[in-house]
Design a protein around this ligand. Structure first.
Ligand SMILES: [Zn+2]
Length: 489
């Protein structure tokens, strides 16, 4: 998932109450030593033999350093291929670039494949970089500690990789009759989205994994105070653009200040842009998300969430909600984050140019030109130009909230998490699902592990870890989903 840590912090809202050690275990959450009865110490063991096995696969995958760049995903692809072969499943390694290969495998439902019905289980093998000095354990050591498995990619995205593998293999072992083909796909370069990404993979090998439905990362299972608060199933995602803000002026000797100094003009422009807040609008997905979220919040916030979509109090409601939670604010509007600055060659030289980069996330359906026009009017400085970079994300259609597969995910998550609400979700971060949706795949995002705010914040951060019991619950959920949707009743 390409995004930033603060996002994960925000999607929690007000606390929900409690539960003892057994409640924590039944919800797949780690038990702190203080809460644990001795037996609970076994939370290190997952809730099922398959979960235990998959935990071993996850540990081995963590030990394979697939930091992107350079990626090195081929090593992980070969490891996965070995596991599949042991199960009597023929894997297909799909080379993309040196050291970077994806892997695919298929369980057939019948002699004639019908891609439009097939189900794709997707996860990416690459991980973002680490600052080892900030970790308390080896990021690639797969350390087990206090009921957690630590390591880069434990959650993003090797946990899902191992859970998909477990669900896929469980179908093979059960010998269940499938009503559609089920395809396992491990991709490369999700974090970098460059020459080895799913875009290239689709261009080269679409026939190997064409499908009508897919489950991938992108959504979350929110856990708080020992309880699953809700499950958010991603059905659409915002579209990422990078825009350069370029100020140009007269270069000269710094001892003679000039009125058209580009650093000064850029700083003024960024200050205006930084204070800008785009208008709010709800999409079909966010409207349903907030409807489902309101009853889970404290009364005050719940009241304002319910007023979001009202003509008289909507604007004020959006203001209250946005101020209470940056992630909700980002779900309600196009967003602009200045992320990079560059100017100057020497301290005693006024540069001819100063440049900043804005990372913009558009709501599905919004266009970059409209927003850039707004910003140009706001900056209102002939010396400052806004240049849209070419590496933009692609606006992909929203996956249906009425599809059989969406309903199967909702049913399975509600069963697995004791009836906790399941809400549709529009993520502010990007995933491989956008490319799949552009190829008419009904793709849904769900990292199936009940995770607390602290666990989620560690993605792309330090000491990334996954609660082992939660991992077991995630494996159980994936098994439930594939059985619900792909096995003939
Ligand atoms: Zn990811």
């Amino acid at each position: 998932m390409s995004g930033n840590k603060a996002i994960f912090a925000g999607i929690f809202g007000a606390a929900m109450a409690l539960g003892g050690a057994s409640a924590l275990q039944s919800q797949g959450l780690p038990v702190t030593p203080a809460q644990a009865a001795p037996a609970a110490q076994s939370t290190a063991n997952t809730t099922s033999a398959l979960g235990q096995e998959a935990l071993g696969w996850l540990a081995e995958l963590i030990k394979i350093n697939t930091t992107n760049p350079p990626g090195n995903e081929e090593a992980a692809a070969k490891y996965i291929a070995g596991i599949l072969q042991k199960e009597g499943i023929a894997p297909d390694i799909l080379p993309l670039n040196p050291g970077r290969s994806a892997v695919v495998a298929r369980l057939k439902s019948s002699a004639i494949a019908d891609p439009s019905r097939a189900l794709l289980l997707v996860a990416h093998m690459d991980v973002v970089g680490v600052d080892k000095s900030k970790w308390t354990v080896d990021p690639f050591g797969a350390t087990m500690k206090d009921g957690y498995l630590y390591g880069r990619g434990a959650v993003d995205d090797k946990g899902m990789l191992a859970a998909n593998l477990a669900a896929f293999i469980s179908l093979k072992r059960s010998g269940a009759r499938l009503n559609r083909d089920v395809i396992f796909l491990a991709t490369c370069d999700e974090e970098g989205f460059s020459e080895s990404s799913i875009k290239t993979l689709i261009a080269k090998n679409w026939d190997k994994f064409a499908a009508g439905f897919a489950i991938n990362e992108g959504g979350v299972v929110i856990a708080k105070d020992g309880k699953v608060q809700y499950t958010a199933v991603q059905a659409s995602e915002k579209v990422s653009y990078n825009v350069d803000v370029v100020a140009r002026g007269t270069s000269g000797h710094a001892s003679i200040p000039l009125k058209d100094n580009p650093v000064v003009h850029l700083a003024a422009a960024i200050e205006k842009i930084g204070g800008y807040s785009a208008p709010v609008h709800l999409t079909a997905v966010t409207r349903r998300y907030f409807e489902g979220l309101a009853p889970l919040q404290d009364d005050e916030i719940g009241k304002w969430i319910r007023s979001l979509d009202t003509p008289d109090r909507g604007e004020h409601a959006a203001k209250v909600i946005s101020e209470s939670n940056p992630a909700w604010s980002a779900m309600l509007r196009d967003t602009i984050s200045p992320t990079m600055l560059s100017a100057g060659v020497r301290v005693n030289v006024i540069p001819a140019e100063a440049r900043a980069t804005l990372n913009i996330r558009l709501l599905p359906g919004d266009t970059i030109d409209v927003l850039v026009n707004e910003l140009n009017k706001l900056v209102n400085d002939p010396q400052v130009k806004l240049e849209i970079q070419s590496n933009a994300g692609l606006a992909a259609p929203t996956s249906s909230l009425e599809s059989d597969f969406y309903n199967a995910i909702v049913k399975s998550a509600a069963q697995e998490f004791g009836g906790a609400p399941v809400l549709p979700y529009q993520s502010t971060w990007g995933t491989d699902s956008a490319q799949l949706r552009l190829h008419n795949v009904q793709a849904y995002g769900l990292v199936p592990f009940p995770l607390t705010e602290d666990d989620l914040k560690r993605m792309h951060g330090n000491d990334e870890r996954i609660p082992v019991a939660a991992f077991g619950k995630g494996v159980a959920l994936m098994v439930r989903i594939v059985n619900e949707f792909a096995v003939t009743k």
